[in-house]
Ligand binder design. Structure first.
Ligand SMILES: C[S@@+](CC[C@H](N)C(=O)[O-])C[C@H]1O[C@@H](n2cnc3c(N)ncnc32)[C@H](O)[C@@H]1O
Length: 256
C-alpha cells in the first residue's frame, strides 16, 4: 500500500476501489466510458474556460519549449488538449512532445485530433502507459505537464517521484488541476460543481458515476500548501502554486 500523507490521502479512490490497482482500473474504465463525449462535456461544463487554462499553463513554459532539442511529456493527456497547447506554444522550435495516457479510447481521439498537426510533421506522439510506471529513462525530459489528470492517480507521492525521475536537473513540471475557491464566490461555485455539473455530465455522457466522482476527487485532493510540501519531499527544489479564475483551477510548478 502507498504511504498515507498527513491529510490521510494517498491518491484517488473511486467508489468501490479497495487498493491502488483497483483504483487505477476504475479510473481507466471511467474515462474510457466517457471518451466519446469527453471534449464536448469539458467545454460545455467549463463554459470554454478550459481552453484558456491550457493555453495559460502552456505559455508559462514557453522558454523551455523554445530551447532547441527540448523534450516535453504531457501526462494523463486524455484527448490531447494540453499536449496541443504545448505544441502551439512551441510553433517555431518544434521540440519533441509526447502525450501519455492509459485509456486507449482517450488516446484514439487525441490521435484523430492531431491530424491537423501531422500535415506539417509537427504532431505530438501518443503513448499508452501508466503515469506511475513510465517507459522512459531517467532525466530524459525538460518539461513534464499534466492537466486535470494528476488528481486521478492512485498514489500522488509516487506520481511526483516518477515525474522527478524523468526530469533533467533544472527541468520543470506543471500540474494544472481543479481547486476549491473560497468566500462567497466559492459557495456559489460549490453548488454548481457538486450539484449541477454531476447531473448535466451524467445526462449528456449517458454514464453514471464519472461526473459524481469529479467533485469528490477534487475534495480529496491535497490543498495547495500540502501539495507543495509533497512536491518538495518528492525532490523538487522549487515549488509554487498559481490560482486560475478565482482558484477554480490552479497551476503547480516545480523545478528539479
Ligand atoms: C480529466 S482527464 C484529463 C485529460 C486532459 N489532460 C485534459 O486536460 O483534458 C484525465 C485523464 O487522465 C488519465 N489517467 C488517469 N490516471 C492515469 C494513469 N495512472 N496513467 C495514465 N493516465 C491516467 C485518464 O485516462 C484520463 O484520460
Amino acid at each position: 500500500m502507498p504511504e498515507i500523507g498527513k491529510s490521510g490521502v494517498a491518491g484517488s479512490v473511486p467508489e468501490g476501489a479497495s487498493d491502488p490497482q483497483s483504483a487505477a482500473q476504475a479510473v481507466r474504465e471511467m474515462f474510457t466510458s466517457i471518451a466519446p463525449r469527453y471534449d464536448l462535456l469539458n467545454h460545455l461544463l467549463s463554459l470554454n474556460v478550459d481552453r484558456m487554462w491550457w493555453r495559460r499553463a502552456a505559455r508559462t513554459f514557453r522558454q523551455t519549449l523554445d530551447r532547441p532539442g527540448a523534450r516535453a511529456l504531457d501526462l494523463c493527456c486524455g484527448t490531447g488538449d494540453m499536449t496541443f497547447a504545448l505544441r502551439r506554444q512551441a510553433a517555431e522550435a518544434a521540440p519533441q512532445i509526447l502525450g501519455v495516457d492509459f485509456s486507449h479510447a482517450m488516446l484514439q481521439r487525441a490521435s484523430i485530433k492531431s491530424a491537423a498537426f501531422a500535415k506539417n510533421g509537427s504532431a505530438p506522439g501518443w503513448i499508452e502507459a501508466d503515469a506511475l510506471n513510465l517507459p522512459f529513462p531517467g532525466e530524459h525530459f525538460d518539461l513534464v505537464t499534466s492537466a486535470f489528470g494528476f488528481r486521478n492517480l492512485a498514489d500522488y507521492d509516487a506520481g511526483l517521484r516518477e515525474i522527478v525521475r524523468l526530469l533533467r536537473p533544472g527541468g520543470e513540471c506543471g500540474i494544472l488541476d481543479f481547486g476549491e475557491p473560497k468566500g462567497a464566490f466559492g459557495a456559489l461555485y460549490r453548488v454548481y460543481f457538486r450539484r449541477v455539473l454531476p447531473q448535466v455530465g451524467t445526462f449528456i455522457s449517458g454514464v453514471r458515476g464519472p461526473y459524481a466522482y469529479l467533485p469528490a476527487s477534487v475534495e480529496r485532493f491535497p490543498q495547495p500548501e500540502e501539495m507543495l510540501t509533497r512536491m518538495k519531499n518528492a525532490g523538487f527544489s522549487e515549488a509554487s502554486w498559481t490560482p486560475y479564475t478565482f482558484g477554480i483551477a490552479g497551476l503547480y510548478r516545480g523545478k528539479k
